[in-house]
Design a protein around this ligand. Sequence first.
Ligand SMILES: NC(=O)c1ccc[n+]([C@@H]2O[C@H](COP(=O)([O-])OP(=O)(O)OC[C@H]3O[C@@H](n4cnc5c(N)ncnc54)[C@H](OP(=O)(O)O)[C@@H]3O)[C@@H](O)[C@H]2O)c1
Length: 275
Amino acid sequence: MSSSAAHPQRIAFLGTGKIGEALLSGLLRAGKDPADVLVTARRPERAAELAAKYGVGVTTNREAAKLADTLILAVKPQDMGTLIEELGPHMTSDRLVISAAAGIPTRWFEARLPAGTPVVRVMPNTPVLVDEGMSVISGGSHAREEHLLRTEEIFQSVGKALRLPEAQQDAATALSGSGPAYFYYLVEAMTDAGILLGLPRQVAHDLIVQSAIGASVMLRDSGEHPVKLREAVTSPAGTTISAIRELENHGVRAALLGALEAARNRSQELASGGK
Ligand SMILES: NC(=O)c1ccc[n+]([C@@H]2O[C@H](COP(=O)([O-])OP(=O)(O)OC[C@H]3O[C@@H](n4cnc5c(N)ncnc54)[C@H](OP(=O)(O)O)[C@@H]3O)[C@@H](O)[C@H]2O)c1
């Protein structure tokens, strides 16, 4: 099946909430012509807001399926069924379907779209909002190299993109999908510790946040193993090793192993239709 009505480079966002808008703005900053971008929204006022802010075209889901050759589905997982039903009759198998929905396997889309439709599943994370996202990309059974490349190009406009087999999506969800939350949790707990030590909350927050930023940049840019970087601030009989002993005594490493395993298991459960 094919249709010639779609513009070769036109991308449509179906569902343009937090993740959709982050991707949309990233693509435009990366040089995409707004005339080649369409958005759909459930509420008309949201559509008008996006058109005014970004100069992109607004359309309906079914028109988007006809007009764009790349469709980015960024509605909540529970809204995906309704969206696919709407699209179904208007879809052709030459459209690339990219889903950002957590936990929905490519085979779920393939079973509901015209035979042979290329589907790519992506798990982004919230730092796409600041162009520091980590997006994990997996192709379905009809996705070819050109489709994966097209997807990578889109997600690289808001951070890093990595291809992984779909069987590893649940593990990636546990690491990078939920990952930012673990760091926020640590910052929150360490800020409390600062208050315990007598610092004003804002001071404690600023000290910890800048330390987190500095440590992250060093991890990314130095190429050093984290153990090496930690050793550089762990002098014999010093302050850091006293703190590390407490972390070990409280089983923090074991807690992290268990926590990420629990997140992976929950992701598997949700993907298989669990509540
Ligand atoms: N946020 C994250 O950290 C994160 C991370 C990884 C993956 N994801 C995935 O990204 C997807 C979007 O998440 P989000 O946080 O961006 O959600 P969101 O802010 O709620 O955005 C979803 C948008 O879709 C719109 N929508 C719903 N049904 C629609 C339909 N039939 N046609 C057109 N638009 C429709 C909603 O419109 P209304 O505003 O009018 O309801 C809303 O603006 C989810 O599937 C989620 O699993 C999110």
